[in-house]
Ligand binder design. Structure first.
Ligand code: PEP
Ligand code: MN
Length: 293
């Protein structure tokens, strides 16, 4: 495709020479995580859970809701890239002590755990209890982290940085693919466009990037409406919009007491809202001959 991206164009030369592995010149990749979960075909897996692993009780309750709704992928984040360095009893991440909680989840539930890793040195500690390594938006161009994560042979969820072009995102994906790790899932999670919206929404979900990435890459692209809008009331319309624009998966935050969540309390939806969202998404997906799993 010629000059579709003003400013940071993806050219035919890019498809062949800059990201030959992640480019659309290859057959579309289907990433099979087992348990009937595939990214990149007619399934739309949901990856859901609280922002972070706060405690075992909360995680078990979330897993029970996932089981009830036949959703298999769990957000199990123990390391959090918090914007400010301050911690309190109310605002915290689990850190290393969350590893034990993840282990307990594995023993008790049939879920696929997605966990963000922020530092190479943590990879060995967590790789046996998690299923998918999430590279967060802020680390999208941490190339040594991507390379080290890819070498584990675990599937990778690579989130687009809020200030990065699609060309840059595919460049980062290429760092994983070149390590012979073919299982890379891309994620649109909102971009910075401060002049277009009120401060509380934080980012702007770039729905247009979903078809654009599909046009330029063989990798599946999912959407994270929670981090994009930062506002629980907008998660439902943005999830449905993402499915309508072709998202091949949805990452969404839910919590037993959303407004009490240890991180990002404004964006989590309640258990009931999550259940309704799954039902509504299933109806929409069906009309598009796709299936929420
Ligand atoms: C997250 O998924 O918890 C997260 C921090 O997302 P992002 O890296 O997109 O901000
Ligand atoms: Mn977050």
């Amino acid at each position: 495709m010629d000059n579709k991206f003003p400013g940071k164009d993806i050219s035919d030369e890019d498809l062949k020479n800059k990201f030959p592995l992640s480019s659309s010149i290859n057959e579309k990749k289907i990433i099979n995580l087992g348990k009937n979960i595939k990214f990149g075909d007619d399934l739309i897996p949901f990856i859901a859970g609280p922002n972070g692993v706060e405690n075992q009780d909360l995680m078990f309750k979330c897993c029970e809701i996932l089981e009830k709704k036949n959703i298999k992928c769990l957000r199990g984040n123990i390391y959090k890239p918090l914007t400010f360095p301050y911690r309190s009893n109310k605002y915290f991440e689990a850190g290393d002590k969350g590893i034990e909680v993840l282990r307990k989840i594995k023993e008790n539930f049939d879920v696929i755990i997605f966990t963000e890793i922020m530092e190479e040195k943590k990879i060995d500690d967590v790789k046996d209890v998690i299923d998918v390594i999430q590279i967060g938006a802020r680390n999208m161009q941490n190339f040594p982290l991507i390379t080290a994560s890819a070498k584990t042979a675990k599937p990778i969820l690579l989130k687009r940085h809020f200030g990065s072009s699609i060309r840059d995102l595919l460049g980062s994906a290429e760092y994983a693919l070149i390590e012979k790790n073919e299982n890379v899932i891309l994620c649109e999670r909102g971009i910075s466009a401060p002049h277009t919206h009120k401060a509380t929404s934080r980012f702007l979900l770039d729905l247009q990037s979903i078809p654009a990435i599909k046009d330029n890459s063989c990798l599946p692209i999912i959407s994270d409406p929670s981090h994009a809008c930062f506002w629980h009331e907008w998660v439902r319309p943005l999830t449905l919009g993402s499915i309508a624009t072709g998202a091949e998966g949805i990452m969404v935050e839910f919590h037993e007491n959303p407004r009490e969540a240890a991180v990002d309390p404004l964006q989590a939806i309640s258990f009931k809202e999550f259940e309704d969202l799954v039902d509504q998404s299933r109806n929409l997906a069906e009309s598009l001959n796709k299936k929420i799993v």
